[in-house]
Design a protein around this ligand. Sequence first.
Ligand code: FAD
Ligand code: SIN
Length: 520
Amino acid sequence: MNPGGDRGGDFLVIGSGVAGLRAALSLVEHGDVVVLTKAEPTESNTGYAQGGIAAALGTDDSPELHTADTLGAGDGLCSPEAVDVLVREGVRYVRELVDWGAGFDRAADGQVALGREAAHSVRRVLHARDATGREIARLLWSRVSANRRIHVIDDAQATALRVEGGSCTGVTFVDGERRVRQVSAGRTLLATGGAGQIYRETTNPAIATGDGVAMAVAAGARVTDLEFVQFHPTVLSVPGHARFLLSEALRGEGARLVNASGEAFMTRYEPAGDLASRDLVARAIVRESRRTGAPVYLSLTHLDADFVRSRFPSIVAACAAAGLDLTREPVPVSPAAHYVMGGVETDLYGRTSVPALFAAGEVACTFVHGANRLASNSLLEGLVFGARAADAMAGPIEAAALADAEVVTHRAAGTGAAVAGTVPDVAAVRELMWNAAGLVRDRDALAAAVTTLGDWSQAVAGIDPSDSAARRVRSLVVVGLHIARAALRREESRGGHYRSDFPDRDDARWQRHVADVTVG
Ligand code: FAD
Ligand code: SIN
């Protein structure tokens, strides 16, 4: 290590969630690996995952059934080839985790226990109580940290991808002492995770600011389907207390959504009731809350209290911290931004439109989730496509075989029009995104948001990259603008994208992907 200076390596991985760590474990078989990560190595969306990881392991299950459920949730926009890779290779990579000693819960017969979540037709979710991500992160990190050929640089925020002669050659980053440094690499993997922090209400931790998408945009990479953001229906919503995810696994075990009168209402909106797909449940909650003028609650009071306490210890504790007993009283819930389906477009091997730049995990758009992700398919995607990207990175540079999408070209901020507006604060961006590009969208609000975000993007183009607060705003604005612009463009409703002025799915015009590329 050369802590003060720059360094180089065969492979660079940016991000230490499930995708980055799994990739590093394969890459190290082919050369030296540098893993760059923004905070502590185990701080990632991965570490907060609750419900579990899906894999067709049950005797009543099959890759075909898992495919059908994934395609159904994706609302017509999944790539069947990508989903096939996910579900088939998923079985192999999840078994690998079990072989490596993952502490998944076991059934009475000693087999791995499988949970149920919304829109899954069978039980197929492996879990470690209600903190599955923490267990997977622990396991992967224990293997990465024990490997001397993987050099981890933490408290290191990547700020820009380096592109020379059209290919990615590494990254510029700012270390914990605000020094600007570089890593050069023959191959670079973006595994920077999601962007939930763009929204006022979110399940995501502070690291999830969309940096990977923002850096890819600046490097001229294709970013695709960014209008598709998933809002998780059930987040504990107590004024004065931090939002905390109440896992879909609760409903998988029988929890019910009820209104303020205690009436179970979901079947009034969706035939599949409490286990309808996330986008449908989230919007039903908003409609019921508007109809009644009161909050909506999640109730487990009819379930065995000891079972609830042992199966969901973290959730019980989070409710207790907010003064609520999950086993005895309904708890107030509301939706929050949870996951971005779109992202840096890749082929089935993580290749992006920029040679030598790969992407995997939530930052990527592999088309496995289409317009709406099936629960517990994200950890799976990170594992499978992290490993596949690593395999491709170990080989020769090949052009990505990207989807047949419409490509819209934009001019980079700060290169044309005079710099307009002042740099906003984070809260202003998050409020705007929540109100205009949240669960229910329409043309007027989106168009106004695009104008505001466009002005802000000119202003943030000139920030000092060694200023971490400014970098944060820059990522939120760049990704927010892409989401709002894509949402304005798509004049239909599908999956996570709902337009009140175009409430129906319109396959004739919109059963297609749209990519954005920024030049300049
Ligand atoms: P992450 O795990 O988010 O890792 C990203 C990494 O990149 C982090 O290490 C971060 O520090 C680093 N990073 C980011 N920007 C930079 C930068 N500029 N420079 C350097 N490093 C950077 N999915 C499921 O499948 N099952 C679940 O049960 C589930 N539950 C969830 C519960 C919660 C509360 C949340 C928030 C998400 C949940 N998800 C779940 C979604 C899932 O956890 C994530 O989509 C997945 O873990 C993403 O993995 P990743 O490796 O792509 O990114
Ligand atoms: C949850 O536990 O409800 C989250 C699962 C997921 O995001 O896949």
